[in-house]
Design a protein around this ligand. Sequence first.
Ligand SMILES: C[S@@+](CC[C@H](N)C(=O)[O-])C[C@H]1O[C@@H](n2cnc3c(N)ncnc32)[C@H](O)[C@@H]1O
Length: 282
Amino acid sequence: MSAPDLEKLRAAQWRNWNEVSGPKWVAYAALMERRLAPVDEALLAAARPRPGEAVLEIGTGSGATTEAVLAKIGPEGRLLGVDISAPLLERARARLLPLHHPGLELRQANAETDPLPEAAFDLVLSRFGVMFFADPVVAFRRFRSALRPAGRLVFAAWAGLAENPHWERPFAIARAHLGEPTPRPPRAPGPLAFSDPAYVEEILARAGFQAISVTPLPLTLGEGSLDEEVELALRFGPSGALVEEKRPDPATFERLQRAMREALGRDAKPPRATILIVRAAP
Ligand SMILES: C[S@@+](CC[C@H](N)C(=O)[O-])C[C@H]1O[C@@H](n2cnc3c(N)ncnc32)[C@H](O)[C@@H]1O
């Protein structure tokens, strides 16, 4: 991809996380945190942050995972949290600064391109924050440089749509009402960009990582009320992106909302998902 095309993708992600998805995540932060809490259990079991360790967290979002990691590394540990989104960082600060953790730094930056400390961390960690880079190999090379020789990279990404009925089902309903999305390359930056394990392995290998493992893990997400499930379907994931893209008129939106409510009300609960737990050594 040419340099101007990469810059265009980066600018689009900056806009998205500062002006579209970021404010949306903030507005629904409590619900999203409840929804994704089961992911932290799996992620932290794989990453095992230990007292006194230095951690680089990519895409801290509203800081839920950050808080869990701080509890593990204790007051002797250090955590640098990097996120591109000013509104999400503001929310993270409101949550985390009252903890008065001496080793916490939160920084607004593009983790793909902005400077990071070299050979400074025992663990580079992310919950769903590494699928949005214009050039993932560039980003992961830098994460590798940020790790100490005996360090580790551990992150969670989403598996494919077919393994994520909590997204697939609302997406089918949204497509039936709004039409198909504009085709985009399957690996374009976005929540599903890393859903092919072979592609993730290839990126990490090209970035110089070793001992790479990508483990699919089925789990149950935190469940919302029916109202909350409908809100999530209309605003997040592939169905939310389609609503954002098509910007339906109020009557169409209302029809879609009704159809979502009926379908999700009939569906088996709780919401089932599959994530990929990715591990690698520098
Ligand atoms: C799907 S959200 C996940 C947030 C949080 N980790 C969680 O699980 O709740 C993705 C996060 O990555 C951040 N992000 C996206 N691209 C980024 C980049 N290039 N550099 C730093 N952060 C980025 C977004 O602002 C957002 O907070």
